[in-house]
Design a protein around this ligand. Structure first.
Ligand code: AMP
Ligand code: GLY
Length: 431
């Protein structure tokens, strides 16, 4: 099977890596790809935002399946354009991708579909930010949550106990021509669950947990994600079934009934609160870096699953099966991230990192003509470790990170730490 993957980040490297592991191995192409992807697929020099170029490339290659990785081209209509040109596309239409592209619209869909989520107020005027915060959080006994309405790569959200900071963020976003959503604070552990849909049916993958804050102990600003792990030994039994019934299927049904079916992956970002599961956010694509750990554990064919969804009948695909082993990924980020990240530094030690048994996913890298690998983004690498326990997987990922040299880079040493400790304690009880 010939497959074209659009994108250039760690998520797309992980997707390509997992597609390459299918048997028979597919003929893989990427646009534009990155140096890590280039080891597994033929890369074509077509940018993520060049929709005309993507259609022209697809016409030239004639792939059986096109997978659109990032949200920006989806929201811009890449899947629509490629479908109009006659290709089977894994990725939602621009209209359906508004679930990610507009937090206000996502709230409206959730309300219509009775999907449990945080109470929210949309605000488009600077002077209305403060009254909205008072309305949503009158007792000021929990943090304030203010979210930019449009795409912000995970960085448009401020969760803070500081009312002044919450007001300032809202006003800044509105002042720059945007609007915000002021939300009720959701307390409880977060879960990312990817739900594959053909527009009608829904198949959940294995849940993962992401670490959004830049600093250890969940401190510092929000990022796109600093690490992830799967499985979640602490998650309640039947979580996937519950999310399917209360969140994913009603949302997919709602979009289908509006005549804008969602074909692709509905990323359900959830909080498991004392009052039950609540949606924190929807995304219209695979999560990054959660994909790195979820796909690492997928034991059943991946390409055929995506193709069946793209063709509109998931019943053609084998139900996902999972390896028992745990996977942990730790992100190596450039100094300055999630602010202005410093790029262009040489990266060495990838061989030594992989000698630990971990593997390295490239997220923000570029190669010089002489082959020197350099940092070219905020999140530069994701090191993925596996093992029979979260502790073992974590140790492997961290050993891999320690083997890599990248001036000024930083990572979180506490990814999956608590879950690994809890898992080890529970195993001790059983023994
Ligand atoms: P989002 O882009 O909406 O996923 O927000 C990014 C991160 O901010 C989430 O993963 C949460 O950690 C945090 N967050 C967002 N909304 C809420 C909320 N209503 N309550 C608590 N934390 C939130
Ligand atoms: N890791 C969070 C996201 O992909 O949005």
């Amino acid at each position: 099977m010939k497959i074209l993957v659009i994108g250039s980040g760690g998520r797309e490297h992980a997707i390509v890596r997992r597609l390459a592991a299918d048997t028979p191995a597919p003929d893989l192409h990427a646009a534009p790809g990155n140096p890590g992807i280039a080891a597994l697929a033929t890369c074509h020099d077509v940018a993520v935002d060049d929709l005309d170029g993507q259609v022209a490339l697809a016409r030239e290659l004639d792939p059986e399946l096109v997978v659109v990785g990032p949200e920006a081209p989806l929201v811009a209509g890449a899947a629509d354009r490629l479908r109009e040109a006659g290709f089977a596309v894994f990725g939602p239409s621009a209209e359906a991708a508004r679930l990610e592209g507009s937090k206000a619209w996502a709230k409206e869909v959730m309300e219509a579909a009775s999907v449990p989520t945080a109470m929210a107020v949309s605000v488009a005027a600077g002077e209305e930010v403060r009254p909205a915060l008072d309305r949503v959080n009158p007792l000021r006994d929990v943090p304030f949550v203010v979210k930019a309405d449009g795409l912000a790569a995970g960085k448009g959200v401020v969760v803070t106990e500081d009312l002044g900071q919450a007001v300032a963020h809202g006003r800044a976003v509105i002042g720059a021509g945007g609007s915000v959503v002021v939300e009720e604070y959701l307390d409880g552990p977060e879960v990312s669950l990817f739900c594959i849909s053909d527009g009608e049916r829904v198949v959940p993958l294995a849940p993962a947990q992401d670490f959004k804050r830049a600093g250890e102990g969940d401190t510092g600003p929000n990022t796109g994600g600093m690490g992830a792990y799967s499985p979640l030994p602490w998650a309640p039994a039947g979580l996937e079934r519950e999310v399917l019934a209360k969140v994913a299927q009603p949302t997919i049904d709602e979009l289908a009934s509006r005549g804008t079916p969602f074909i692709g992956v509905l990323y359900c970002g959830l909080a498991l609160t004392a009052r039950g599961v609540r949606v924190v956010e929807f995304n219209a694509r695979f999560g990054d870096p959660e994909t790195q750990v979820v796909l690492e554990r997928l034991a059943s064919p991946f390409g055929p699953l995506l193709l069946a969804a793209a063709r509109g009948d998931l019943r053609e695909a084998e139900a996902p099966r999972w390896h028992r082993d745990a996977a942990v990924t730790v992100v190596l980020a450039a100094g300055g991230y999630p602010g202005r990240a410093r790029s262009g530094h040489p990266i060495t030690g990838l061989g030594a990192a992989e000698a630990t048994g971990a593997h390295v996913i490239q997220a923000g890298t570029a190669a010089d003509e002489d082959g020197t690998l350099r940092s070219a983004g905020g999140r530069v690498l994701c090191v993925v470790g596996t093992g029979t326990s979260l502790s073992a997987a974590r140790a492997q990922a961290l050993a891999g990170v320690e083997a890599i040299e990248l001036p000024g880079a930083f990572h979180r040493g506490d990814i999956a730490e608590r879950a690994a400790e809890d898992e080890a304690a529970a195993a001790g009880h059983e023994a």
